[in-house]
Design a protein around this ligand. Structure first.
Ligand SMILES: [Zn+2]
Length: 353
């Protein structure tokens, strides 16, 4: 049992011959004071042997900054310092990525190293772009029409989501989208969507480009979302472009201006992609320090070209990555929600600094 008046060794890094030790002492009022002691010949030159006492855990870890040690093995760490050390490791430029990974098993217990690296990059990035695809929405139970039972099982959506269907089989087209719109009423964004919205609010994410038409990123609170394939939640007249309502579309009305057919503002097979959304996303990617691709199989052109257009780091998160993860700096195989939750736990640790 250590008395409150004793200095406790909290952290020792270096080698057996040369090391830096940070000790702390809890005062009667509960406040901690810290000091650094060093041991080793080279440390006695050019690196203050005894620093002044400092208060605050973050300041305690700053006592490591500028260390001339060539090897910073983690020799000893008291669990008391883990949360602060975790934050320091995830955010301080004084701790390189190699050291981060070397220390993470001990300090960030139970955290996957890929997630640790993703969190570190995200915390250190000034401009981050998220690209999301269908795998982002499946955990919100967006129905997969191709595999669901019933009438739609007989029909491949790719034969309905076309300009040809709109022109020649409007009843079928209308029913297909009306069914999808009704299904969307029951659907809510999941925790992963909310985490991305929070990251934007905290200035960790600057833009989301999504291939999804379900509007779930907006529903979760994200503001700067570019819908690369349009949105099923907005309706326009196919002939004159007038804006309409979902009610008008689902109740078989025609355009009040020209009598034309209402349609969702999604990109149908055979149509151009929305130029402004693409250009905005492309420009953000070109200037990004980090691009995180979530839940897309990377098979669809041109979305699959986007990550290659950045000079920043690239992360790929998908349930299956074996054949599609090539070319990324970091590949994390996992579902979107759980992976984002895991990374977010580390972000929360890093943001304690
Ligand atoms: Zn019209």
């Amino acid at each position: 049992m250590v008395s409150v008046n004793d200095w406790q060794e909290l952290l020792t890094v270096g080698t057996e011959n040369e090391h830096i030790k940070i000790s702390g002492k809890e005062k009667k009022n509960g406040e901690w004071v810290f000091k650094r002691t060093v041991n080793g010949a080279s440390l006695e030159h050019g690196y203050p042997r005894e620093g002044n006492e400092v208060t605050g855990w973050d300041n305690a870890l700053r006592l490591l900054d500028g260390s001339p040690l060539s090897s910073l093995q983690l020799l000893k760490a008291d669990p008391l310092i883990y949360p602060y050390l975790g934050a320091y490791m995830l955010t301080s430029k004084n701790i390189g990525e190699e050291l981060l990974l070397a220390w993470s098993d001990k300090v960030l217990t139970g955290k996957n190293k890929d997630m640790v690296m993703a969190a570190r990059w995200l915390l250190g990035s000034e401009r981050t772009v998220i690209l999301s695809g269908a795998g982002m929405s499946t955990e919100s139970n967006i129905p997969d029409f191709r595999s669901s039972s019933g009438w739609w099982k007989q029909i491949d959506p790719r034969t309905v989501a076309t300009v040809e269907a709109l022109d020649s089989h409007y009843d079928l087209f209308q029913e297909f989208y009306a069914t999808r719109m009704k299904a969307l009423n029951q659907i809510e964004p999941h925790e992963g969507h909310r985490i991305l919205a929070k990251w934007e609010e905290n200035d960790l994410v600057q833009l989301i480009g999504t291939q999804n038409v379900d509007g779930l990123h907006f529903a979760a609170g994200s503001l700067n979302v570019q819908e690369l394939h349009g949105s099923i939640r907005s309706i326009r007249c196919h002939d004159c472009g007038k804006e309409g309502s979902t009610e008008a579309f689902t109740s078989h009305e025609t355009c009040s201006l020209c009598g034309g057919r209402w349609r969702p503002d999604v990109v149908l097979f055979g149509e151009m992609l929305p130029q402004e959304a693409w250009e905005t996303t492309l420009e953000a990617i070109e200037h990004a320090n980090l691009v995180i691709v979530i839940g897309t199989s990377m098979e669809v052109y041109p979305a699959n070209q986007l990550p290659a257009m950045t000079s920043g780091k690239t992360v790929y998160i998908n349930a299956e990555t074996a054949e599609t993860g090539a070319g990324f700096d970091l590949v994390i195989e996992g579902k979107a929600k759980k992976t984002l939750q895991n990374i977010n736990e580390l972000i929360e640790i890093g943001r304690r600094r």
